[in-house]
Design a protein around this ligand. Structure first.
Ligand code: ARG
Length: 467
């Protein structure tokens, strides 16, 4: 029986003043976040140093106490970095683990650090700082991936491959052009990242529990010290907002979707049936039973990581959707989703950058495939419009008959003798053969953003200058 005399559990040393006994083991287990939020140690210490410095500057604590606090916090930082810090689940989270250790190190002055703040604004600060750094890292990684594509695009500005719609050969394009499509996609991801950094660039510290504080704090000073543009403007919103985390996850989900589409293409392209690319040994694996195999495991795992990231986004949206303002403990569940998604996204971008840089492009296979499937049929129709003055609809019909004839003869459009073509439409001359090759087809598509090598080079120059 647990009554006051027999209970051996002691109440929480940080907030247990009104508690007669400690928490049940299950309570402790469900409540503790130290298992994952210890990742925020550096941000927590940076935030506390900025807060203590501001408190002293405003005369709320003495300069002497501030010095002790800052020194103690720096000691704790090196202890954690050196792996010499014992995290305790009884102390729930990173904030209280650090504060308790500070008390051991510097004594009563440690108790002054939590003046004019709450764990609610503290965690909002730590997590925002973490997400901001992660977004900056993501921005750099996306820039690396874009650079890899730009190099491949430059190398293959003239290499012809089949362009697909419905995964059916549609019209010839260049591999460089296809690479540049990914540059556009990852370029959009990168600008989303940049916008997200702007959105979250406000400092939460000083919102306190939810209502602000009566102490004469200077939130502009802490905001500046921590590298934020300005302090947040509403203390209630500050402690109940996790938009910055949800934005990170949304961006990760969209980038993940792009990475997954790329992964899917690499899986298809590297099959022996397609044979468009060959993955390097560094980014593929063998089979334990079939010696001939080379599997695109990294690409497949990138495709799968996207599912995980989507799960995290939906999880956090669902965690937040029913919460009344301001803070609720539900919000503690935000971190694992973001940490997990960040790890998946980093891995996926790194793996894709490596694969894109390393893969061997089989231009002969691509070119052969580009010419099959009557991919220059549109060029024949366009020629009839241009040279024979047909309306496009009629030209489309004539071309359809030419394709049907070639199909029945089992040959390509360019292999049909002129007499056959003239039997379908009398105005066709032997000049038509000039547009039926894949190179001519590609070179003719000079419209802005089109697949002509000259256009692809223009796109590359744009992105190189943009960065
Ligand atoms: N560990 C908590 C979290 O991650 C810190 C904030 C706790 N605040 C509170 N009022 N209990 O959200």
């Amino acid at each position: 029986m647990a009554d006051d005399t027999t209970d051996t559990k002691s109440s929480n040393q940080m907030w247990g003043g009104r508690f007669a006994s400690g928490p049940d083991a299950i309570m402790e287990e469900i409540n503790a976040s130290i298992g994952f939020d210890k990742k925020l140690f550096a941000q927590d210490i940076r935030g506390s140093i900025a807060h203590a410095t501001m408190l002293a500057h405003q005369g709320i604590i003495s300069g002497n106490d501030k010095d002790k606090i800052v020194h103690g916090l720096n000691t704790i930082l090196s202890e954690i970095e050196g792996g010499n810090f014992e995290f305790s689940r009884q102390l729930e989270d990173i904030h209280m683990n650090i504060e308790a250790r500070l008390a051991t190190l510097i004594g009563p002055a440690a108790g002054r650090l939590h003046t004019a703040r709450s764990r609610n604004d503290q965690v909002a600060l730590d997590f925002r700082l973490w997400v901001k750094e992660e977004l900056q890292k993501t921005e750099q990684m996306l820039t690396g991936l874009i650079a890899a594509f730009l190099d491949r695009a430059e190398e293959h500005a003239e290499s012809v491959m089949p362009g697909f719609t419905h995964l059916q050969t549609a019209q010839p394009v260049t591999f460089g052009h296809h690479c540049m499509a990914y540059v556009e996609m990852f370029g959009r991801d990168r600008s989303r990242v940049r916008h997200a950094i702007e959105h979250l660039d406000e400092s939460p510290i000083g919102a306190a529990a939810l209502a602000g504080t009566g102490y004469p704090i200077d939130r502009h000073m802490t905001a500046k010290a921590l590298g934020f543009r300005e302090p947040t403007r509403n203390s209630i919103d500050t402690v109940s907002d996790r938009d910055f985390a949800i934005e990170f996850l949304s961006i990760a989900a969209i980038a993940g979707m792009h990475l997954s589409r790329l992964a899917e293409e690499i899986v298809i392209w590297s099959t022996p049936q397609f044979g468009f690319v060959r993955l390097s040994d560094a980014f593929s694996t063998g089979s334990s039973i079939m010696p001939q195999k080379k599997n695109p495991d990294a690409a497949e795992l990138v495709r799968a990581k996207t599912g995980r990231i989507n799960g995290s986004l939906v999880a956090l949206l669902t965690i937040m959707k029913g919460l009344p303002l301001a803070y609720s403990k539900d919000m503690q569940e935000d971190k694992e989703q973001v940490f997990d998604a960040a790890e998946s996204l980093e891995l996926a971008i790194a793996a894709m950058t490596g694969m894109v840089r390393d893969m061997t492009v089989n231009t002969a296979r691509m070119k052969a495939a580009a010419g099959s499937g009557y991919s220059t049929a549109t060029d024949l129709a366009d020629w009839l419009v241009r040279e024979a003055g047909l309306p496009f609809r009629d030209a489309h019909h004539v071309t359809g008959r030419a394709v049907a004839l070639a199909e029945s003869k089992g040959c390509d459009l360019a292999e049909l003798p002129l007499s056959d073509l003239q039997a379908i439409h009398a105005d066709i001359t032997d000049k038509v053969y000039d547009v039926l090759t894949v190179e001519a087809s590609v070179a003719s598509r000079k419209s802005f953003g089109g697949t002509a090598p000259s256009e692809v080079r223009r796109q590359i120059a744009f992105w190189r200058a943009r960065n």
